[in-house]
Design a protein around this ligand. Structure first.
Ligand code: PRT
Ligand code: ZN
Length: 284
């Protein structure tokens, strides 16, 4: 049995629960006020926590693993191991200034007041760059501080950038990229490691499937070679003869992020009747 800590409420909470569900892990229904719950069909118990508490719970071994943003783990300084990035909760941590202030490089921040909730990450970064600045740690609404003359700059999480824009700020330096990841306690029994490997295998199969599409297309035999050269596939594509003489059906798997580009190329190469479907699980 392993204990997995996930965020109770917030940006990572529903994606974490959805991921477990996609992995075929079903939970005992314990209502919305739950602090912990066990799965009915997998040896895992879930702890629902504030995201800031997750690194410490994993470091102390109260939870064996946790799903939490890389930014939160770095800020906590917890000695835990990142075992699997998950591809959701993506964001960056950046320095931003009022948009009318000139910016020529990091040394412009020397002697300035910077507001942030992430003072450890910022301190480390400024030290490495040899910048002396006054760090003002505040717990929320960092983006309003330059407007009320509490700070000259901010260091905060950015996703679309619209919060910065609506507060009259511009992003000037990205210090780190972050996403939700699985982190593990440093010393685990072999039995727990095996269960965690099983869980990570399921997660990878689900996430790889999300990044790919299954496609079927009809191709005149004389164009097969050109079409197959365009298709990356997992190995080579499957080719089957169609009922109509001189035509074949080609099946393959393509990456979601190259989808539109490849479809266009395939059409130009003579493919017809393209059918595209989602893949539920994919094991490489
Ligand atoms: O209650 P609890 O402590 O558990 O949650 P929380 O309020 O501390 O965190 P929560 O749920 O807001 O975020 C959890 C994690 O999601 C963060 O630690 C990041 O790893 C990740 N994440 C991804 C984000 C964002 N995107 C994000 N956009 N966290 C916060 N934001 C905020 C940001 O602080 C800023 O105010 O959204 C605003 C910026 O968004 P844009 O799109 O306008 O740039
Ligand atoms: Zn938090």
């Amino acid at each position: 049995m392993i204990t997995l800590a996930i965020q109770k409420k917030g940006r990572l909470a529903s994606a974490s629960m959805e991921l477990l569900n996609d992995c075929g892990i079903h939970l005992h229904n314990t209502g919305s006020d739950k602090l912990k719950t066990a799965a009915v069909n997998f040896p895992v118990e879930l702890l629902f926590l504030r995201d800031d508490d997750i690194p410490r719970y994993v470091e102390d071994g109260i939870a064996d693993i946790g799903i939490v943003g890389d930014n939160v783990v770095l800020e906590s300084g917890a000695g835990i191991e990142r075992i699997l990035p998950l591809g959701f909760g993506k964001c960056r941590m950046s320095l931003a200034l009022p948009k009318y202030v000139d910016y020529n490089g990091i040394h412009d921040l020397d002697g300035k007041r910077i507001a942030t909730s992430y003072d450890h990450i910022l301190k480390k970064f400024l030290k490495a760059k040899g910048i002396r600045a006054e760090i003002h740690k505040i717990s929320g609404s960092v983006e309003i501080t330059p407007g009320i003359d509490m700070a000259d700059a901010i260091f905060d999480i950015v996703s679309t950038g619209s919060t910065l824009i609506s507060n009259g700020l511009k992003e000037v330096e990205t210090i780190l990229e972050s996403e939700a990841s699985v982190y593990a306690h440093r010393e685990l029994s072999d039995e727990k490691k095996a269960t965690i490997n099983d869980l990570c295998f399921r997660i990878q199969s689900v996430n790889t499937a999300k990044d790919h599409k299954y496609i079927l297309l009809n191709v005149p035999n004389e164009k097969l070679e050109t079409v197959c050269r365009i298709l990356p596939g997992m190995k080579s594509p499957t080719i089957m003869p169609l009922g109509e003489a001189g035509w074949s059906s080609v099946h393959s798997v393509i990456q979601e992020d190259r989808f539109w580009e490849l479809i266009q190329q395939l059409k130009e190469a003579g493919a017809e009747s393209l059918l595209v479907t989602d893949i539920e699980k994919m094991i490489l």
